[in-house]
Design a protein around this ligand. Structure first.
Ligand SMILES: O=C(O)CCC(=O)C(=O)O
Length: 289
């Protein structure tokens, strides 16, 4: 049995007012097909274009391994020239991913290829970031620490995104002091005997094609599967509502530093404790024995 899934709404185009009223206000994901329509990126962006324009830029890459012992949750595994990374992907690499790579700081030449769409979000102009991976790569179920509204602008091949609303966090075995679900859970083939709370999830799924933009509301969980080599640039609007802003600050200034410190001090027993607690807390709250 699989997780219950429903399709994400998809529109060819949408007015700013309708987007704000029907999606932003009710925190509902949406795919918009024409937001990138007039961007040069829509024509130009491919891995070969990156190889020829920004191929010498050094890029940090992250592996898909569990972070054990004192290793920081978000430490890069290796750094290499962009063109070498792309060649690895073309040769079948699926473990190494580019994650949250600051496009403007490292590859400003790409700035002329896109615009910040006028869709009613106050997008933060300094932080367009790039994600890239190869066929078969996966990104663990997590939500973004900054509680931003995200526009994930997708290019290249296909990838699937599974989204779960923040209201369902209690079913997701969130690891304490992290922003992720338990590493061992395979959302493609969930083990409902071991993780029965997953049966309650009602996820939304979408397949992204070249040029699609996925709106991810603040705090929404997402799990990503790369079906082909592809990449997405995310544009983000930081929270303005006091409650969401407070959560962003709490995540950044309390949760993350405490996790980093405890991991450095205690190491693996700290990780083991948090993983055990992800299960015990979830089951206790739901009355599962
Ligand atoms: O598409 C990806 O590789 C990851 C995207 C993601 O996790 C994000 O936008 O927060």
């Amino acid at each position: 049995m699989a997780i219950q899934c429903f399709p994400v709404d998809r529109v060819a185009s949408i007015s700013k007012d309708d987007f704000l009223r029907q999606y932003k206000k009710s925190a509902k994901p949406l795919v918009i097909e024409d937001l990138t329509q007039n961007w040069p990126a829509r024509e130009k962006w491919s891995v070969d274009y990156f190889k020829s324009t920004v191929g010498d830029t050094m890029v940090p890459l992250y592996d898909s391994e569990r972070s054990t012992d004192k290793k920081h949750q978000h430490a890069a595994a290796v750094t290499m020239p962009f063109k070498e990374y792309i060649s690895l992907l073309q040769a079948g690499e699926k473990n190494l991913r580019m994650f949250f790579f600051n496009l403007l700081a490292a590859t400003p030449v790409l700035r002329k290829d896109f615009e910040f769409p006028d869709i009613g979000l106050k997008l933060f102009k300094k932080l367009p970031v790039l994600f890239m991976a190869g066929k078969g790569a996966r990104v663990q179920m997590h939500f973004d620490i900054d509680m931003a509204d995200i526009l994930l602008c997708h290019f290249g091949g296909k990838k699937r995104v599974t989204l779960v609303s923040p209201e369902q966090t209690r079913y997701l075995y969130r690891v304490p002091f992290s922003f992720s679900s338990l590493f061992d859970i395979d959302y493609d083939k969930p083990n409902f005997e071991k993780y029965p709370a997953l049966k309650n999830i009602r996820a939304e799924v979408v397949e992204l094609n070249h040029g699609d933009v996925l709106y991810i509301p603040p705090g929404y969980w997402h799990y990503v599967q790369y079906d082909e080599i592809s990449f997405s640039m995310s544009l983000r609007a930081f929270p303005r509502q006091p409650r969401t802003l407070a959560r962003m600050l709490y995540n950044l200034l309390m949760i993350r530093p405490i996790e980093g410190l405890m991991r450095r001090l205690v190491g693996q027993p700290w990780n083991d404790r948090n993983e055990r607690r992800a299960i015990s807390k979830t089951h206790r709250r739901l009355g599962i024995t």
